[in-house]
Design a protein around this ligand. Structure first.
Ligand code: AHR
Length: 500
């Protein structure tokens, strides 16, 4: 059996893991809001219309932030349609997904839902068809205490206390021709700078994110980002990255090497952020918000993404399998390894639409990708240790010979726990991994957490909801090191105590 050694050095780390990398994303799209989180009249819903079972399913995900209301939706959304008495709100034709938006769930309902979940709002403003002034008015509505038109309107709408929204996205994927109000980079940079300044004028404590390229497949990838960053550098806090991983050729070895590409994207942003900082001779730092990421390729095309003007149609309801869960784990590994650059990340999305949780009227289903997310969110805290992995490679098609193991690690100084998060991407071979910590002796290990299976396409459905579900595995401790056998196509999480 191939062997690997994973060596951790407490002095070699990428800094603190920002818990905000475990954030999520809720868009007015398909059945994400209506039928998803909000379903008044359903016996499973509470007095606000929030699905109780969804609230409960969200809590173990420990999402510190949920981004809202889009996505493509936001670029032609007027937030003023979604406040006030719900029977007086207008129904609108949504440009992005060709659905009818009833506006019965809006800003205040979202804030109440965040409170019920135990998360915080990350709001996106419309910089497609919306004006900077309207974006600043939304900040005033949400964050100003009282005594102004918009803050008093919030109060009269039943929210005496400010919503206190700390993080704001300046538009969404404005480089995409599909985006309402899409413009060239220089024009977007102007819009973002103007809106961001007005918004911070209303509330100087907020943080803002400029919209980076919508993916590394875009013709202007990095150039768009450079233009936007150079113009807004002094006034913004983050730039966004988005990626949706695809396995269209049904090539599992190739797809399981997706972590290589995720690392590369983060490296691209690391380089660009360093470059712009240097040309600006700036002492400030701008960080990366990877605020849309997931696997998404099957439920694409107009039949999946255009709603024929229905309300809450079934749109982009991707079914996730084992290999997708292993790719999700690699996103999280990469965010952890690059903790010094990646400060926020949002799983896109949370319910029904490219989501870990699927609802129907009488219940919900956990997709494969739910499981790694929950476990990482629970265990990855403290410092990101930089693992040195000495182990086998496997053949990943045109991605070449790729290390079989994709690994990240954390050390939590509060409980003294060191955790290793490792994916074995090899389809054929188990790997025996030895875990060692320089200058320390492993004294004990919790039972390992394991996600694996023989079939990379295995998935959960209503008849077999636990087809892809976590199991446990042994982590042996001997002579100051730990050892774990990682089956082919597996994710293993091992928490260790050390002495010394
Ligand atoms: O998450 C689905 C869509 O993907 C979002 O609306 C958009 O930002 C991205 O292209």
């Amino acid at each position: 059996m191939p062997k690997a050694t994973i060596t951790l050095d407490p002095d070699r780390n990428a800094g603190k893991i920002d818990g905000r990398i475990f954030s999520g994303f809720l868009e007015h799209l398909g059945r994400a809001v209506y039928d998803g989180v909000y379903d008044p009249g359903n016996p499973l819903s509470d007095e606000h219309g929030f699905r109780r079972d969804v609230l409960e399913a969200m809590r173990p995900m420990r999402m510190p932030y949920v981004r809202y209301p889009g996505g493509n939706f936001v670029s032609n959304y007027d937030w003023k349609d979604g406040i006030g008495p719900s029977d007086r709100r207008p129904a609108r034709a949504d440009f992005a997904w060709q659905t009818t938006e009833p506006n019965t769930f809006g800003t205040d309902e979202f804030m109440d839902w965040c409170t019920a979940v135990g998360t915080s709002p990350m709001m996106a403003v419309n910089l497609g068809t919306g004006a900077a002034k309207s974006a600043a008015e939304l900040v005033e509505y949400c964050n100003h205490p009282s005594g102004t038109y918009w803050s008093d309107l919030r109060r009269s709408n039943g929210h005496a206390d400010p919503h206190d929204v700390k993080v704001w996205c300046l538009g969404n994927e404005m480089d995409g021709p599909w985006q309402a109000g899409h413009v060239p980079a220089a024009e977007y940079a102007l819009r973002a700078e103007q809106a961001g300044k007005l918004m911070k004028g209303v509330d100087p404590t907020i943080e803002t994110i400029i919209a980076g390229s919508s993916g590394n497949h875009m013709p202007e990838y990095m150039e768009w980002d450079r233009v936007a960053l150079e113009y807004t550098w002094d006034d913004v806090d983050y730039i966004s990255a988005h990626r949706y991983s695809r396995n269209e050729s049904d090539d599992t070895p190739w797809f399981l090497a997706e972590g290589v590409e995720i690392d590369r994207i983060i490296q691209d942003y690391r380089s660009l952020l360093g470059y712009v900082r240097a040309v600006k001779k700036s002492s400030k730092q701008v960080y990366l918000s990877f605020d849309e990421w997931n696997v998404w390729y099957r439920a694409r095309g107009s039949t999946h993404s255009k709603g024929a003007w229905e309300q809450a149609p079934h749109l982009i309801e991707e079914v996730y399998n084992l290999e997708d869960a292993l790719v999700v784990a690699q996103y999280l590994n990469s965010f952890i390894r690059n903790a010094d650059v990646v400060k926020m990340a949002c799983l896109a999305q949370i319910v029904n639409v490219i989501a870990p949780i699927i609802t129907r009227r009488d219940g919900l289903l956990f997709q494969s990708i739910y499981h790694p997310f929950v476990r990482y969110a629970e265990l990855a805290s403290g410092d990101s240790l930089t693992p040195v992995v000495d182990g086998p490679v496997y053949s990943a098609g045109d991605r070449g010979e790729v290390p079989s193991l994709d690994v990240s690690a954390s050390y939590d100084g509060v409980d003294g726990r060191t955790t290793v998060f490792a994916v074995n991407r090899d389809l054929a071979n188990s790997v025996t991994a030895t875990l060692r910590v320089i200058g320390r002796s492993v004294s004990e290990a919790d039972q390992g957490w394991l996600l694996t299976g023989d079939d990379p396409q295995a998935h959960n459905d209503w008849d077999a909801p636990d087809n892809v579900a976590p199991a446990t595995c042994d982590v042996a401790v001997e002579d100051g090191v730990a050892q774990v056998v990682m089956p082919p196509m597996s994710l293993v999480l091992a928490s260790l105590n050390t002495t010394g």
